[in-house]
Ligand binder design. Structure first.
Ligand code: HEC
Ligand code: HEC
Ligand code: HEC
Ligand code: HEC
Length: 207
């Protein structure tokens, strides 16, 4: 009996551990396998393909979704110290290939003319002037220039390594600095880490 109880206790702990730490894309906001516009019944295929991928975006991972052609209005402010803010690059451009609302979500695998568009809260649009800046370099020099940022090369992200290791892509802030497209953390809004008491913001901002 004792052994059985212990087994149940262990199973319980394991199930909780899985629930809080080892989430996946399955069942998340990005699991489109059950959507009526996706007749493949698959998950990855909406964004990835093993063959004949779209390589028009630098460093795109075997991309299978139509890429946005929009020109974006960028964030600007007099106190911004970053100097290389430009049009969205790398994986941010891939996110915006659904979230800017100009490309149909069901335009994948070479398909065009789909009719499923993002609306409501999840629509970021082509005006990024009211969004956290992305696609710019965040390095030790920027931290010094700003005075209110941690040095990304030496500061722990809380995710295992430094900010640079875990949250930057080619030393740049991108959508994936704050979000995990595959829902690895299992947190609301696909965040990479909890933003309770603004912990996400305070990872980089020394405020
Ligand atoms: C809604 C779009 C979307 C779906 C669905 C999706 N991915 Fe991704 N995936 C991305 C984006 C965007 C990136 C690049 C950003 C990044 O690396 O997180 C990426 C990166 C990757 C990478 C390379 C980087 C890494 O995390 O290892 C792999 C491997 C990958 N995806 C596998 C998968 C598999 C397997 C599935 C299905 C189970 C899947 N993805 C479903 C959008 C998606
Ligand atoms: C293939 C289209 C597509 C791509 C590519 C894509 N998304 Fe999404 N995403 C969606 C749709 C559609 C929803 C809304 C799903 C719903 O509400 O059922 C969504 C929802 C979200 C949400 C809200 C999640 C929630 O819990 O409500 C976040 C955050 C998000 N996406 C971030 C990203 C980021 C960051 C990237 C790139 C790394 C990305 N998405 C790439 C289609 C996409
Ligand atoms: C600096 C961190 C950060 C960056 C960079 C970032 N986000 Fe978010 N995002 C958040 C947080 C935090 C939330 C949770 C909602 C909130 O607090 O307003 C969120 C929410 C969202 C949502 C859910 C709907 C909403 O507005 O609440 C979507 C969709 C989304 N982000 C997509 C993106 C995309 C696409 C990019 C890149 C173009 C991006 N995010 C870049 C932090 C970020
Ligand atoms: C991965 C690191 C990182 C995270 C996480 C992050 N930021 Fe930032 N944020 C930056 C960097 C770097 C800048 C650019 C600062 C500059 O160039 O002056 C910036 C810029 C900003 C700005 C504009 C500053 C200006 O002078 O116009 C605000 C406001 C801001 N972040 C708030 C937030 C908030 C709120 C959160 C949490 C939701 C957050 N940030 C999360 C790195 C981050």
């Amino acid at each position: 009996m004792k052994a059985l109880k212990r087994l149940f206790a262990l199973l319980f702990v394991l199930s909780i551990a899985q629930f809080t730490y080892a989430q996946t894309i399955v069942g998340s906001a990005h699991d489109f396998s059950g959507d009526n516009w996706n007749n493949t019944g698959e998950i990855c295929i909406v964004c990835h393909t093993p063959h004949n991928a779209d390589i028009s975006v630098t460093d795109a991972p075997l991309w299978n979704h139509e890429v946005t052609q929009a020109t974006f209005t960028l964030y600007s402010s007099p106190s911004l110290d970053a100097t290389d803010l430009g049009q969205p690059t790398a994986s941010s451009k891939l996110c915006l290939s659904c979230h800017d609302g100009t490309v149909a979500v069901d335009n994948f695998g070479g398909r065009t003319g789909g009719g499923e568009f993002i609306t409501g809260n999840d629509l970021i649009g082509t005006d990024l002037s009211n969004d956290h800046p992305i696609s710019f370099t965040y390095d030790a020099a920027l931290a010094t220039a700003d005075g209110g940022l941690f040095d990304p090369t030496t500061t722990n992200s809380g995710l295992g390594g430094t900010i640079q290791d875990d949250m930057l892509l080619g030393n740049q802030v991108q959508c994936v600095s704050c979000h995990d497209v595959h829902n690895g953390s299992g947190l609301a809004n696909l965040l990479v880490k909890s933003n309770a008491a603004s912990a996400l913001c305070l990872t980089c901002h020394n405020k």
